[in-house]
Design a protein around this ligand. Structure first.
Ligand SMILES: [Zn+2]
Length: 171
C-alpha cells in the first residue's frame, strides 16, 4: 500500500473478490470485517512495525519470509486499512513485476469492499460530514485511500443512489 500520492486513476475493470473460502465469521466482529482477526488465521505470518518503508509505502508484504511490514506511527484506521490491503497480497502470493500495478489496484479494491461493504453507510457518513472525506473515512474507520477507491469503483446503480443522496443534502 502506498501513500496518497500514488495514482489510483485506473481502477476500472472487472470485480475480483477474495477467494471464496474467506472464513467470514472468523474474520468479523460487530463492526464488520476485522483485518487483525483475518491475519490471525495465518499464524506462520509475522507482522512487524517499522520506522521506514521504501517509496512512501505504508505497508509491505514479503512472501519469502512470510512477513508483513507496517509503517509505525499510523493511525488505527490507517493500520487497519493497510493490514487489510497487505493481507490481500499475502493471499494472492508473489506477483511478477509486470503485474505489480494490476495487483496493487486489485487488492486495494478488495480491501475497500471488505472494509466498506455498505454503500448506504458510506452515503450516510458522507452526508453527515458534508462530504468531508477525511472525517467520513475516520468515521467509517478506514483511511481516505480506501474511501476514494470504494467511491470510484461503485457500480452505476450505487453511484446513482449516492449522487442523489448528495444532491439532497448539499443543496
Ligand atoms: Zn500493495
Amino acid at each position: 500500500m502506498t501513500g496518497p500520492e500514488w495514482s489510483r486513476s485506473d481502477l476500472s475493470g472487472p470485480h475480483h473478490m477474495f477467494p471464496a473460502m474467506l472464513p467470514r465469521v472468523a474474520c468479523r466482529d460487530h463492526r464488520g470485517h476485522h483485518p487483525w482477526r483475518h491475519i490471525g488465521l495465518y499464524p506462520d505470518w509475522t507482522i512487524k512495525f517499522v520506522g521506514r518503508l521504501p517509496d512512501g509505502r505504508l505497508g509491505l508484504t514479503i512472501h519469502a519470509s512470510k512477513t508483513i511490514l507496517i509503517l509505525a506511527g499510523l493511525t488505527q484506521a490507517q493500520r487497519r486499512s493497510t493490514l487489510c490491503h497487505e493481507v490481500g497480497h499475502m493471499l494472492r502470493g508473489p506477483a511478477s513485476v509486470c503485474r505489480e500495478l494490476y495487483e496493487e489496484s486489485l487488492v486495494e479494491r478488495q480491501a475497500a469492499r471488505l472494509l466498506l461493504p455498505s454503500v448506504r453507510r458510506v452515503g450516510h457518513a458522507l452526508a453527515y460530514h458534508h462530504a468531508d472525506y477525511k472525517k467520513t473515512a475516520d468515521d467509517l474507520w478506514t483511511d481516505e485511500n480506501l474511501l476514494n477507491v470504494r467511491l470510484s469503483t461503485l457500480p452505476p446503480k450505487d453511484r446513482e443512489w449516492l449522487r442523489h443522496q448528495m444532491d439532497l443534502i448539499l443543496l
